[in-house]
Design a protein around this ligand. Structure first.
Ligand SMILES: [Zn+2]
Length: 656
């Protein structure tokens, strides 16, 4: 069962190794720290604790066990997480596989993966041959560094009809399997060329295509110019690029070139730069824009978008000017807009550079700044339309609307939509209603395309095992921070804990603090864990980790100061939330002319504003809490006093 497998995996693997494969970790006392892979940061606030086998980021609040980590970082669901970790732990997922029911196809897939991996190694080695050296020199001349070539495992397919097939057959795979992997083609016996198979990729530079977890699933083969026109040994002119055809493990509409390498950076930058060719992606990656993937000449599909959406909702399209008008590009953008992606468009402003690869070769790291200048998609098309049509004739006005309407009408935000209506109206000098009518009525092939792809794109509903623990809402960072301060030395907070305003806390934090107050002295963290419900354990561990790391060298005085600051922030947050609510209540009372209610709401409003002002003065606040804690009244009364009369008294004192 899934739980068994989870336990087995956890027994075999150490969280430090699992996380360490993705994040550079540094030992820091009993824990490890590094730069968080899930948000952009310069100083490390991402911690891993071997003692409790969890990870947690103080910056973005993400955290959990090794399963949660793989899920986040690989952007995959539980069954895939299980598969990845089981492979790492060398555990056979028997129960899991047989439940799937398609043993045979899983086996077939496995050998295809193995064959692709063997082929990659074979091609990589060919760089050492005489012809291979020329291919390598060509790549270097195009601007690729040896490091990039190695990282992306480029290689060379020799000018030979059987070299690869023979190599793979020697490793024990059949003709049939090699053909199924897309690496060889069955000979056509009718043409008298004998039986058997021949290699698909010959005399070509090879770019392995990786799936999301970095396994090779196919190849793109590219001819390279050596002076003469490319001609294969059979004497036929060759296509510039050829690809592995669709196989059991490779579906080009579901793969984006470079994504396995780029996904972390895409997540960190919260943006993905889309380029056309593999070389563009490699050169961009090399020049420092690593959040880049290539569509490899195919139009963006709904599958691609669903894949990207795991990492970001922000896309940057980079294409040359011809391409911007191409139907496939417009369709891709339309699909992405309909999928609520934010889209920017990047234009290469050097006529000598026909693609990003050229640009990077010429300008190097300036590419990083160029990418940052990308324009929001509608600005881009709007500017283009304005530049190419003179908006005075009726005909031109129509053309401008036609150029922009496909994108404007798919905007999901009403504010944005209104903005562009206004812009169009003033450019064309036509009333907004008329522009609106034209845009709404504008017909293009995109609607049909999106509709068609909706069905193809619906998520598979196979019976996949689900994670053993469902996600639930955890206490937020303020709660965690407050608890962590207390955990550092609960004895210091004896008075404060007796008077803590529970209403400000997440129920789980409140419960933990009650537990801490009732535990015998001296405080032992393990006792608290033993008393806590299973669901409260993880937040507690997060707080304990934060406590160990952040308050290490704090004196009792400093801890108290931190405690009051946090409480102050939480109070202000609560007051602000109520103030926002009140604004709506007041408006409602005004509308219904309910003067009595209006007066009472206004009183509450003013009272809260006053409290808000006081809360910014830490000394006053500290006195309040102390004073309240001196009284013997029940917690409820304490809280009422704190929020009500005593605050009023304090405030009147302050104004004197
Ligand atoms: Zn983080």
């Amino acid at each position: 069962m899934a739980e068994d497998n989870v336990r087995k995996i956890k027994d075999r693997l150490d969280i430090v190794d699992v996380v360490g494969a993705y994040v550079k970790l540094q030992k820091a006392g009993i824990n490890y720290k590094g730069r968080c892979p899930f948000h952009n940061e310069k100083t490390p606030s991402f911690f891993v604790t071997p003692e409790r086998q969890i990870w947690h980021c103080f910056g973005c609040a993400k955290g959990g066990d090794m399963f949660e980590f793989i899920k986040e970082i690989e952007g995959v669901e539980f069954p895939e997480v299980l598969r990845i970790l089981a492979a790492k732990a060398n555990i056979q997922l028997e129960t899991f596989q047989s439940r799937g029911g398609d043993y045979a196809s899983k086996d077939a897939k496995t050998s295809l993966y193995e064959i692709c991996e063997l082929a990659t190694k074979f091609f990589e080695k060919q760089f050492q041959s005489a012809m291979g050296k020329k291919a390598l020199a060509y790549l270097q001349a195009r601007g690729l560094t040896d490091e990039t070539i190695k990282d992306f495992r480029l290689g060379f397919a020799p000018d030979d009809w059987e070299a690869l097939s023979n190599f793979i057959k020697l490793k024990g795979y059949s003709d049939k399997e090699i053909v199924e992997a897309g690496l060889a083609i069955k000979r056509d016996e009718t043409k008298g060329r004998g039986n058997g198979i021949y290699d698909r990729f010959r005399s070509r530079i090879t770019f392995p295509i990786f799936d999301i977890s970095g396994q090779v699933v196919g190849f793109t083969g590219r001819v390279f110019e050596t002076g003469d026109k490319p001609i294969d040994s059979g004497g036929e002119a060759m296509a510039k690029y050829i690809n592995t055809p669709g196989t059991l493990i490779y579906d080009k509409s579901r793969i984006l070139y470079g994504l396995s390498k780029a996904k972390l950076e895409i997540k960190r930058a919260d943006q993905c730069v889309l380029v056309e060719g593999n070389m563009d992606a490699l050169m961009s990656y090399q020049a420092g824009v690593q959040n880049v993937v290539a569509t490899s000449g195919t139009a963006l599909t709904p599958h691609h978008l669903r894949l990207l959406q795991r990492y970001t909702k922000n896309l940057g399209f980079c294409f040359d000017t011809d391409q911007a008008g191409a139907a496939a590009t417009r369709r891709g953008i339309g699909l992405a807009l309909a999928g609520q992606f934010n889209i920017k468009v990047l234009e290469l402003r050097d006529p000598e550079c026909k693609d990003p690869a050229d640009f990077v070769k010429k300008y190097g790291r300036i590419w990083v700044d160029t990418v940052a200048t990308a324009k929001p998609v509608i600005d881009y098309y709007f500017d283009r339309a304005r530049a190419s049509f003179n908006p005075t004739s009726a005909e031109s006005k129509k053309s401008i609307i036609a150029a922009v309407a496909p994108f404007v009408k798919r905007l999901q935000s009403e504010v944005e939509y209104a903005h562009w209506m206004n812009q169009l109206a003033s450019l064309l000098r036509i009333p907004e209603q008329s522009v609106n009518a034209d845009v709404v009525a504008f017909k293009d092939d995109l609607d049909q395309y999106i509709e068609q792809n909706k069905e193809a794109g619906s998520a598979p509903t196979s019976s996949v095992p689900v994670a053993p623990t469902p996600p639930r809402e955890l206490p937020d960072m303020m709660n965690e921070a407050l608890l962590s301060v207390v955990l550092k030395n609960p004895a210091v907070f004896r008075e404060e804990l007796a008077a803590v305003p529970y209403e400000l806390l997440h129920p789980q934090t409140a419960e933990t603090i009650r537990q801490i107050s009732s535990l015998p002295q001296p405080f032992v963290f393990a006792d608290l864990m033993a008393r806590s419900a299973q669901a409260d354990i993880l937040p507690l561990e997060f707080a304990q980790l934060r406590s160990q790391e952040l308050w290490k060298d704090f004196t009792d005085e400093q801890l108290k100061a931190e405690f009051y600051t946090l409480l102050g922030v939480m109070r202000r947050r609560a007051i602000n939330a109520r103030l926002t609510e009140l604004q709506f209540d007041v408006r409602e009372a005004e509308n219904s002319k309910n003067t009595i209610q209006l007066a009472s709401l206004s009183r509450e409003f003013q009272e809260l504003v006053k409290q808000l002002a006081i809360s910014y003065n830490p000394n006053v606040k500290k006195e309040i809490v102390q004073k309240v804690s001196q009284t013997e009244s029940s917690q409820k009364e304490i809280y009422q006093k704190e929020a009500g009369s005593s605050v009023q008294k304090e405030s009147s004192q302050e104004t004197v």
